[in-house]
Design a protein around this ligand. Sequence first.
Ligand SMILES: [Zn+2]
Length: 300
Amino acid sequence: MTFKNINQHCYIYESAVNVGYVTDGKTGLLIDTGIDKSSVKKVVKELEQHKLPLTHLFITHAHADHYGGAAYLQSHYDIHTLAPHLEEAILRNPSLEPLYLFGGNDPLPELHNKFLQGPEMQVDETAEAGEQLIGTMQVEAIRTPGHSYNQLSLLAYDTLYAADAYFGKDQLDKHRIPYITDVEKTLQSLEKLKGLDAKGAVPGHGRYETDFKDTLQANIDYHMSILHSLEVLIYKHPGGITHEEAVSRMCAKYKVKASKLPQWLLFKTAVTAYLTGLIHTEKITHAVSDFKWTFYPVRS
Ligand SMILES: [Zn+2]
């Protein structure tokens, strides 16, 4: 865990979940908080040691590992908090995440854990995509949905704080099937970031890189290879393969770790994102057959 200075204005607190920080000397903007009070306290300690201001907080998306420390920060510091539309609704009502992962049923107790649900926080301002004046600083918010419904990445002083729009290559190896809610939007977001003019970028999980476009391409290739594997799987089942079986086969093929319900639900969502991608591009069809959601090749 290190507090790294990228340029005169930009910093990263590198950890399991990276926390960004941008300042012009007057405004001090924290980008995400890490998962809990202890993670954000470490970042604040660094800011205090370096005599850096803390005036604003920007939450990129409503996943607990990115906002779990926000409630603590808000109760101890006078900060103005921004978050994207829709994500902001989940931040103010954090039980929505276990609720949507559990398909709308009231979640079982094991889903109420700090990885899926952070403390309720307040959002002072809804952030939109485009140029933003945050305090005295001009930054650009870039829509990067696909991993989360309305995630915003931030471009400030030539540094891209990408949030979970992409993962470091080691993280792709670690997660094996990355968490996404929509594969087409994920790919569009990656292409958009590839066209960006930035001197360097840092993902939510992974390292700061100046040659980040190679990593963006590695992410695109990785998603395409999962899509291909899934398509091959479905074409091996001309009579159809059920949703449950498709999730199970993909988790087994990629050797993911999902022995408990919370992790399994995350992988189920991710595999479903690739399945809906294949439906959108008309590579496969789907139907409810014998009360089972089933996927079919479009040609035999
Ligand atoms: Zn995330």
